[in-house]
Structures are given as C-alpha cells and as structure tokens.
Design a protein around this ligand. Structure first.
Ligand SMILES: NC(=O)c1ccc[n+]([C@@H]2O[C@H](COP(=O)([O-])OP(=O)(O)OC[C@H]3O[C@@H](n4cnc5c(N)ncnc54)[C@H](OP(=O)(O)O)[C@@H]3O)[C@@H](O)[C@H]2O)c1
Length: 261
C-alpha cells in the first residue's frame, strides 16, 4: 500500500553540514522570492494581514529579549523583502521598545518597484500601544515617513500630544486598541497589505480574533532552551486556529514556512 506519511529526506546529510536538510524543500536562494511572497491580488483592496516571525526549533521567539540571535542572513533577507512588499509594518509597542525599532529602509531600486506597483515609496511603521509609552525622541520617529501610533482613549493625553508632534496618532478603542478598528484605520489610509512583526502579544490578539491571514515563520536551527517567549503570548484562546501550509523554503538549515488561514 502506498504510504501517505511524511516524506523522508536529508537523513543521510552530514551532521556538521550547515545546509543539511536543504534537499527537503526548494532553496530560498534558487527561487524568485518576490513571487514566492507576493500578496494575493485582493490584498490591494481589502486588509490582508501577514505576520512574520523567527522562532527556534523549540518555539522561542526571543533570546535575551531580542529576536536577533535567532535570525541569520537568509532570515534577514526574507524579513526585508516582506517589509518591501507591504503597505505598513504593524508592531506592538513592546517590540518597538525591546528592539529599539527604527524606520523601514527601502533602497532606491525597491522604491521604484514599489511605486510602479502603486505602493508608497516607503511603508510606515504603525505601533499599537495602550499607554502611549513611547519616547518621541526614539529613532523610530526620526523617519522620512511619519509613523502611525494606534492608541486608545485611555492613553494619557499629555503623551498622546507629545507623540502627535512626530507621528499620526489614531484612537482605536477605549482602554485598549481594538485590533479590527486598528486595521480599519490603516485601510482608510490606503494601507491594506499589512505586515505585522508581532510581538507575541499583538500577534496572539490578531490571530485569536480571526484577523490573521498569513504567517511567515522562519524556523532557525537551534534550541533556545526553556523559559523563552513564543510567537503567541497572552490569554488562552477558546479554540486553536488551523492554518494551511502553502510554501516551504530552506536555506542554511533554516526553514521558511508560509501558512495561510
Ligand atoms: N522572533 C520574532 O520574530 C519576534 C518578533 C517580534 C517580537 N519578538 C520579541 O517579543 C518580545 C516583545 O514582545 P511583547 O510581549 O512586548 O509583545 P508586543 O506585542 O510587541 O508588545 C506588547 C505591547 O504592545 C501594546 N499592545 C499590544 N496589544 C495591544 C492592544 N490590543 N491595545 C493596546 N496596546 C497593545 C502594549 O503596549 P503598551 O505597554 O505601550 O501599552 C503592550 O504592552 C521581545 O523580546 C521581542 O524580541 C520576537
């Protein structure tokens, strides 16, 4: 009887070969990544939310409070590309503070491609915060394109006012930001190709509310050990969310998984 189980591959690869396992799936370096990660055409008209995370094999999304130690060269390449394909990069304030976020950098040839495709030259960063606890002098706000701060009525007015000098401040809820209202506010501004880079708290709310359309997950070839944050954090969901695996790429022992809902 024909087996319908997982396909075995790479079992004979040398343990010290960093590319071991690369024959399991297409190599990222050998495919057109723009095509591989193209947004569906409808994403230009209605909100399409893609998340991008890197995780260790044991599910850690951070090492020492940063995602940097997990991502290698190929992950950074995909990370950049996903930014360049988006209308906006949506991120929780925790990640902005932990990672000292700066603006998105888009090289000249990419700006031309974006504009030819009807996108703005540079996607802004949109930060979700209940407390408006962001430093207006932070490097994020030293940007060619004004960031968007998605906050709520409960945020201290003085902080909101200080941020309004360096960002567009939008109120999307009472004591917290309602994720659906935040996406609607971005869509009203023509930003429908949404790339969320988390963090885990924001990601859990988007996915748990059925607002996540896609997850791009890099699985880095390392074990981070116990006690780390995963790619979703916060209160439990009533039901798991099922995703469909639509693409597997590999490079330097990393897996680049693309899931859709
Ligand atoms: N591996 C990866 O790919 C990856 C990606 C991103 C982040 N990370 C890691 O994740 C960690 C940071 O995660 P985090 O727990 O701080 O998560 P986060 O989701 O980035 O930030 C949480 C903060 O976002 C704001 N927020 C989230 N949901 C909100 C809502 N509905 N309404 C209002 N505000 C909301 C709040 O900010 P205020 O406190 O300002 O109100 C909250 O404290 C870092 O260690 C970072 O390195 C890893």
């Amino acid at each position: 009887m024909a087996s319908t189980g997982p396909v075995a591959a790479g079992a004979s690869a040398a343990a010290d070969d960093p590319s071991a396992g690369d024959e399991v799936a297409a190599k990222a370096a050998e495919v057109d990544l723009d095509e591989a990660y193209a947004y569906p055409p409808a994403a230009g008209r209605t909100s399409y939310v893609r998340a991008n995370f890197v995780s260790s094999v044991d599910g850690a999304a951070e090492v020492g409070g940063r995602s940097g130690p997990l991502g290698g060269k190929a992950d950074r390449q995909v990370f950049q590309l996903l930014r360049w394909l988006s209308d906006v990069v949506l991120v929780g304030a925790g990640t902005v503070r932990h990672e000292n976020y700066g603006p998105v950098i888009v090289p000249p040839e990419r700006r031309d491609r974006r504009q030819a495709a009807g996108l703005a030259a540079v996607p802004p960063i949109a930060v979700v915060t209940a407390t408006a606890g962001l430093d207006p002098g932070a490097r994020l706000f030293d940007a060619e394109v004004r960031p968007v701060v998605l906050t709520c009525d409960g945020a201290p007015p003085a902080r909101r006012q200080a941020l309004a000098a360096v960002a567009e401040v939008v109120l999307c809820g009472d004591s917290t930001v309602d994720p659906a209202s935040a996406l609607a506010a971005l869509a009203e501004r023509g930003m429908t190709r949404v790339l969320t880079e988390g963090g885990p708290l924001l990601h859990a709310q988007l996915a748990g509310a059925g607002l996540l359309d896609e997850l791009c997950l890099t699985v880095a070839p390392m074990l981070a050990g116990p006690g780390r944050m995963g790619i979703v954090e916060g209160p439990p969901w009533p039901e798991p969310v099922t995703m469909r695996l639509v693409q597997v790429l590999t490079e330097d022992g990393n897996l680049f998984l693309r899931y859709q809902r």
